[in-house]
Each structure stands twice: as C-alpha cells, then as structure tokens.
Design a binder for this molecule. Structure first.
Ligand SMILES: NC(=O)c1ccc[n+]([C@@H]2O[C@H](COP(=O)([O-])OP(=O)(O)OC[C@H]3O[C@@H](n4cnc5c(N)ncnc54)[C@H](O)[C@@H]3O)[C@@H](O)[C@H]2O)c1
Length: 490
C-alpha cells in the first residue's frame, strides 16, 4: 500500500463538483489528475482550483501546480492499481459505466472506482463494470471544499474493504463520511423531500403563503432558509427532477409525490432565481411577512394545566403569573377558551372534544428563544388573546388556516418520519441520518433527535392526526417509530 501522500487521485469531470473534489484531494496532499474532454472546462478548472487553494498563500502555487495535471482523455492518465478514481461527469448511467470501465482497464483491478452520482443506483452503475466490487458511491455536497458531509454508498456488490478505504480517505480530507446502503436519494436527498413536499401541500391547501411558511421555518425552526426560497435558489426544475426521480425509484410512493403547483411553475419556465421568478419574483426587494395587528389586551387569570413546560416558558418570558392545576396540558384563559400546542388535530376538532374555543400554537426548536409562531383558532377573540400573550413574550403570532399539525410541527414530523423509514430499511444508522441532515442540508437539528426532543409520542400523534384528517398514505407513520413509542411506554 502506498502512503496517502503518494496515492494518486484521478478526478473525471471538471465541472462544479469535479473542481471542488480535485481541490479537496490536492489540499489532502495527493497527486491529482483531472480529466475532461471539454478543453474550455479543463483550462478554466485548473485556474479555478489553483486560484482558490492558494488564495491565502500565493507562494504555495508551484507546489500545488506540480501535483495537479489536466488531461483531455482518461487514456492519457498514468495511474496504477493504487489509483482512486472519483467520477464527477454527467449524471448519466451509460457515461458513468463507460468512464469507470475504461479506468478499470487502464489502472488494473486494484484501483477504486468511486462515483459522485447523486441519484443513480450504485448497484446499477457497478453492474456495467467488469469488477463491480471495486465500485462505490462517494457523494460530495456542493461546494465540495466547504461541505463536510460525504455519503459513502455501498451497492450490493461493493467490497466492504473498498467502502472502508473511501471512508478513511474522506476522513483524511477532513470530511465526515457517513456509510449508506445504496437506496434512492441515499440519505440527504431522500430525507429532505418532505421539507419541500409538505410545504407544497400546505400551499396547495392554502394554509399559508410561501412567505409565511418560509418565515415560520426560519423563525420557529431555525432553518437557514425556508422551503420556497430554497427551491427558488436550487432551481425549481432541478428540485422537481430530484423529487420525480426519488418518487419513481420508490415505486411512486405517495410520500414522495410531486406537487402540481411545482409542476405547473416548471412547465411555465418559472425556475426561481435563475429565471427571475419562481415562488418569489426577483425584480425587487422581497419583504418579510408582517403579522396582522390584533387588538387585544394580554389575558389575565391564567391557569396552566398538566405538564406543559413549553407554555410555562412562554408565560415566564411574558412575565405573567398563573395558577397551576391538574389536567390535559393546556393554558386555560377562562371564558375565552384554551391554548394548546398542536398534536396533529385541527383547532375545530380539539374544540369539539373540549367543548370550548381552542387556539393551537405551532411547535418550535427552542421555546426560550423563538421569535415567531404559527397559530390557528376557532374564534377571532381567542386568537387575538393568544397573540397578545405571545407578543408580551416577544413572539410574533402568525395566523394560519386550521390545518392539522400547523406548519413547523407538520414539516418536521414528516422529516422525522422519513428519517425513521430510512433507518427502518437499514439504509443508515439513526445517528448517521441526523449527522447527514445537519452537515449535508444544514438542518439546525437531526430529525430523529428533534423528534426525541418533542417526544416521539408527540410526533407519532401528529402523523396519526394527519392520517386521520386526510387518509392519504403519505402520512402513514413509520412502523419503527410506532414500535419505539410502544417500547418506551412498556
Ligand atoms: N452540482 C451539484 O450540486 C452536485 C452535488 C452532488 C453530486 N453531483 C453529481 O456530480 C456529477 C457532476 O455534476 P456537476 O454539477 O459537477 O456537473 P457539471 O455539468 O458542472 O460538470 C460535468 C462535467 O463533466 C464533463 N464530462 C462530460 N462527459 C464526460 C466524460 N465522458 N468524461 C469526463 N468528463 C465528462 C463535462 O464537460 C463537465 O465539465 C453529476 O453526476 C451530479 O449528479 C452534483
């Protein structure tokens, strides 16, 4: 075995990803060959890589330059059985199989054939290569030098030692490699689907505007971007294609079904930022939604029933005094009604059960710092009273339609459900799913840990509430989550 520093890395494809990967390998001390048949790409790539890697230390250029060589064909590269190929060319099965097959013939059966595919089955890519055991997925995230996650994907034929070697290599590059079994979307592109899909469902129901859904995901959930602004940034066409690919690969499971709103926008060329309009227009300033003014005084004579630490935090933040009493977790506002946290039933359904007006609060990541919450209630008076109370606690109240699970609780519960399904199918371990979502998608919290913080029982209740309301199989709760809840209550 040659030492890491001598190991030769051959990056095939000098586009966005190939350049990033070559830069990472160069930074790791390797001799790097970069291959692309397009001369303009190749020229721009070398300049790009050397410029970025020597930005802080221009004197280091000759050393990096001596280890980076660009080739317009794979056949010109000198390598050996120790070479690690990282293919980052077009997302096309036949192209990838041809490149890996040629590399195998060139470098010999000992070489490692890694592919950066984001959607193809590693098993299927490997099938077209004479030594399928040498083929492994090495899925980087864009921009590769900055994003720490690498999904290391084993197909049915992948030699475990090959996957181990890629894990080691990624780690030596300062990355956080996560092992994944080949499955559609791997972890990140699969578990993230409800972030977009459920937001689109809410929009289809006219539960809230894109601006408001984005605001709630940022302010209550601490996501860096909301789903609609993120789709506009990624490109609606690209995001729609990924959704359709995952949906088809899961045999058209309704969990992944694309939205007709998005289909229509894509059909009209409304791709988002790159076309000047998607869910938002990009010809001026986009304004953040302003909560409606609601005239109400802060309620008094408050009774906090049952064990509800979230409402207690809000009351403390508001500096309000209250009595405590036993009962279903809620805040009793006397004649005006009761305040509940959403558990997946509509306010009307909760009110029917309680026999009193009900206002529901959405959930959030952190009750001590939250600055905005979605609310829905059965009377305008109760919604204003809750808004006044929240206002005193420093929380803006945004009314949304009376839909089960409101906005954040619904989207995060669906993310957690997909995470549990990914674990249940043995695609990845729970901690790895969470790490992948934090590092690969910049989520503020892994969905499995998030569900535990909210209590798995609550998340299951929300999912079952969605099922009860819609009877749509996309809302079936993961059996593994259900079993975990049962086991914890035994
Ligand atoms: N862009 C992303 O965010 C992202 C993230 C993860 C994975 N990926 C995957 O990485 C791969 C590359 O994506 P990209 O965004 O860098 O694409 P890109 O279009 O920027 O670059 C692709 C490059 O491959 C070259 N190429 C085409 N045929 C080739 C061949 N036969 N041999 C060598 N090079 C060839 C093209 O000239 C081009 O320079 C795809 O499989 C993609 O799915 C992309």
């Amino acid at each position: 075995m040659v030492s890491q520093q001598q190991q030769h890395i051959c990056v095939v494809g000098a586009g966005t990803m190939g350049r990033g990967i070559a830069q990472v390998a160069l930074g790791g001390g390797h001799r790097v060959s970069l291959v692309d048949p397009a001369p303009s790409q190749l020229r721009a790539a070398s300049e790009d890589i050397l410029g970025r890697i020597t930005r802080r230390d221009p004197d280091a250029r000759p050393e990096f330059e001596s280890r980076l060589t660009a080739f317009d064909s794979l056949g010109s590269v000198t390598g050996s059985g120790e070479t690690v190929v990282v293919e980052a060319a077009l997302e096309d099965l036949a192209t990838k199989q041809a490149i890996l097959g040629e590399a195998l013939a060139l470098f010999g059966p000992g070489c490692i054939l890694a592919t950066n595919t984001s959607s193809l089955s590693i098993t299927e890519v490997a099938r077209g290569v004479a030594e399928p055991s040498r083929v492994v997925g090495m899925h980087f995230f864009n921009p590769a030098p900055a994003m720490r996650l690498v999904e290391v994907v084993g197909g049915l034929q992948t030699d475990p030692a090959v996957a181990d070697a890629i894990v080691e290599l990624a780690r030596s590059w300062g990355k956080e490699p996560i092992r994944v079994k080949s499955a559609p979307g791997f972890i990140v592109n699969r578990v993230a689907r409800p972030f977009y899909g459920e937001a689109l469902r809410l929009l289809e129901e006219d539960a809230a505007s894109p601006e408001l859904i984005d605001e709630l995901l940022r302010s209550s959930g601490q996501f860096r971007m909301g789903p609609f602004e993120l789709m506009d940034l990624i490109g609606l066409d690209v995001n729609f294609t990924v959704t359709c690919t995952v949906w088809a690969a899961f045999n058209y499971d309704p969990r992944f079904a694309p939205s007709s709103i998005q289909r229509e926008l894509v059909a009209g060329g409304f791709y988002g930022r790159k076309s000047g309009q998607g869910f938002y227009r990009y010809d001026g300033e986009t304004e953040r939604p302003v909560p409606p003014a609601m005239e109400s005084s802060v309620p008094t004579n408050l009774v906090l029933r049952g064990d509800c630490p979230e409402l207690a935090i809000l009351l403390d933040r508001a500096g309000l005094t209250y009595e405590r009493a036993a009962g279903h977790p809620s805040l009793d506002l006397g004649d005006r009604g009761i305040v509940l946290l959403t558990s997946g039933r509509t306010a009307s359904a909760e009110s029917h059960t309680a026999g009193r007006p009900v206002v529901l609060l959405d959930r959030c990541l952190d009750w001590t710092t939250v600055t905005a919450l979605g609310v829905s209630g059965t009377t305008a008076d109760l919604v204003s009273a809750a808004a006044a109370l929240l206002g005193q606690a420093g929380v803006r109240a945004y009314p949304v339609a009376d839909v089960p699970g409101l906005v954040l609780a619904r989207i995060v519960s669906m993310l957690a459900n997909e995470a549990w399904e990914t674990v249940s199918q043995r695609t990845a371990a729970p901690a790895d799913v969470d790490t992948a979502m934090r590092l690969g998608a910049n989520y503020p919290q892994g969905p499995i840990a998030w569900a535990e913080e909210w209590r798995n029982e609550t998340v299951l209740e929300i999912l079952d509430g969605l099922w009860d309301e819609y009877h749509d199989p996309r809302y079936r709760a993961s059996a593994l989550l259900r079993r975990a809840v049962r086991a914890s209550s035994d």
